[in-house]
Design a binder for this molecule. Structure first.
Ligand code: PLP
Length: 385
C-alpha cells in the first residue's frame, strides 16, 4: 500500500508536471516575477470559473480577509461577527484592524456558523458577518444574507476551505461559494483545494467600486503611481504562483470530485455506526450526492460519540495513519481573544466539538486500499475500546 499522508501533494504534482514545469520555466526566462501576464491570465480564468466580476489576487488568505475588511471601510470599535469554531486567521485580522471580534457558536451538524447565534449577537455596533465555509461545506448563505439585509450588515465570505463548492439557494438556483456575500476571501496555501507552491490568496467581489478600492489597497493605497490616497498594504500573488494556479485551475472540479469520491467511500464504511457521525451536506443532502456540490471536503471530519478521541488519535499515529484535530481549542478560549463578554453557555456546541471531532486523510490521490485500511483501523479501535 502507498504510504498514507494527510495531504499528498507530490503525487498530484507528478500528474501535472508536464504543464506546470514549462509554465514556471517561462516565468524564469521572462523574469516577469511580479505582476506579470500570468497573474492577469489566472485572475481572468478564475473570474470565469467563479462567474464573478472581480478577482483581486493577493499574497495569502489572511491578507485577503484583512484587505476585504479594509476595503469595506470598517472602523475601529465596530463589531464583526464570526464563528468560534474556525482557523484563527479570521478573528486575527478583525482584531488587527482594531475591530471588535464577536465570536458565536456553530451548528452541531454542519459545523458552520449558527444563524440564530448571529442574530442574538447583533448590536448597534455590528457592521459585518464573516461566515466560513468550514471544511468545504457552504454556510447557510440564504439565511445569512437575509439577516444581513435586515440589519444592514456586510457579509464577507471566508472561502479559504470552500473554493469550487456551490451553494443551492431556496429556489433551487446555484451559486459558487465566494460570490454570494458582498466580498469574499480565499487562500491558495498548498494544502487548500486549489493550492499553489507557496503562499497565495485572492479577494472576490461583484461590486465595481469595492474592487477598485481593493486594487489600490493591495498596492500601497496607490491608484495613480506614487499617489497614496489611502493606507494600503503590499500584498501580491507572484507570477510563479499564478502559473502554478493557472495550470491547476482546469483540474479544480476533478480535484473536488476526487475528494468527494473519497468522502463517499469513507461515509459508506462508517454508515450506521452508532458512535460515528459522518459529515453532513446542506439542505438534506448528505454532502456526497452526485447532483449537488455543496461540499468540497477540504477536510473529512467525523464527530465521535462516547469515544476517547485523543486515544484514537494516538492509535492512528501508532499505525502510521495521519489524522488531524481541527480545531482543538475554541477561539473564545484562545489567550489572544479572551473577552469578559463571553458566556460559556453560548458556546455549547463548539466546546463539545473540540473534544469529539477528528479529521481523516483527505486529498485528491487517496486510493481504495488506503481508505479501506483507514476505515477498518478506525472502526476496530472504536469497537474494541
Ligand atoms: C487557510 C485559512 C485561512 C488563511 O489562509 P492563509 O493563506 O494561510 O493566510 C483563513 N481562513 C481559513 C478558514 C483557512 O482555512
Amino acid at each position: 500500500m502507498k504510504k498514507i499522508q494527510m495531504v499528498d501533494l507530490v503525487s498530484q504534482y507528478t500528474k501535472i508536471k508536464d504543464v506546470v514545469d514549462p509554465s514556471i520555466q517561462e516565468i524564469l526566462e521572462s523574469a516577469a516575477f511580479i505582476n506579470g501576464p500570468k497573474v492577469h491570465q489566472f485572475q481572468k480564468n478564475l473570474e470565469d470559473y467563479l462567474n464573478v466580476k472581480h478577482v483581486i489576487p493577493c499574497a495569502n488568505g489572511t491578507d485577503a480577509l484583512q484587505i476585504a475588511m479594509m476595503g469595506l471601510g470598517l472602523k475601529p470599535g465596530e463589531e464583526v461577527i464570526t464563528a468560534d469554531f474556525t482557523f484563527a486567521a479570521t478573528v486575527e485580522v478583525i482584531a488587527l484592524l482594531q475591530l471588535t471580534p464577536v465570536l458565536v457558536d456553530v451548528d452541531p451538524v454542519t459545523f458552520n456558523i449558527d444563524v440564530a447565534a448571529i442574530e442574538k449577537a447583533i448590536t448597534p455596533k455590528t457592521k459585518a458577518i464573516v461566515p466560513v465555509h468550514l471544511f468545504g461545506l457552504a454556510a447557510n448563505m440564504d439565511e445569512i444574507m437575509a439577516l444581513a439585509e435586515k440589519h444592514n450588515l456586510y457579509v464577507i465570505e471566508d472561502n479559504a476551505q470552500g473554493i469550487g463548492a456551490s451553494y443551492t439557494h431556496g429556489d433551487g438556483s446555484k451559486t459558487k461559494t465566494g460570490v454570494i456575500g458582498h466580498v469574499a476571501s480565499t487562500s491558495f496555501f498548498p494544502s487548500k483545494n486549489l493550492g499553489c507552491y507557496g503562499d497565495g490568496g485572492a479577494i472576490f467581489t461583484n461590486d465595481d467600486d469595492l474592487a477598485h478600492t481593493i486594487r489600490g489597497i493591495v498596492n500601497h493605497g496607490m491608484y495613480k503611481r506614487y499617489h497614496h490616497d489611502v493606507v494600503g498594504v503590499n500584498s501580491r500573488l507572484d507570477s510563479i504562483q499564478a502559473a502554478v494556479l493557472d495550470a491547476k485551475l482546469p483540474h479544480l472540479d476533478d480535484y473536488n470530485n476526487a475528494r468527494r469520491n473519497a468522502a463517499r467511500k469513507y461515509t459508506e464504511a462508517f454508515k450506521n455506526h452508532p458512535k460515528i457521525v459522518t459529515p453532513s451536506g446542506r439542505r438534506s443532502c448528505d454532502g456526497i450526492c452526485d447532483t449537488c456540490d455543496c461540499h468540497v471536503f477540504h477536510q473529512y471530519t467525523l464527530n465521535l460519540i462516547d469515544v476517547d478521541r485523543d486515544a484514537l488519535v494516538a492509535h492512528l499515529q501508532e499505525k502510521n495513519i495521519p489524522c488531524g484535530v481541527y480545531y482543538p481549542i475554541p477561539l473564545h478560549k484562545q489567550k489572544a481573544y479572551e473577552d469578559d463578554r463571553y458566556n460559556e453557555a453560548d458556546f455549547e456546541v463548539t466546546n463539545a466539538l473540540v473534544k469529539s471531532v477528528i479529521s481523516l486523510p483527505m486529498h485528491t490521490e487517496l486510493d481504495d486500499e488506503q481508505i479501506a485500511h483507514i476505515t477498518s483501523t478506525v472502526i476496530n479501535f472504536i469497537d474494541n475500546n
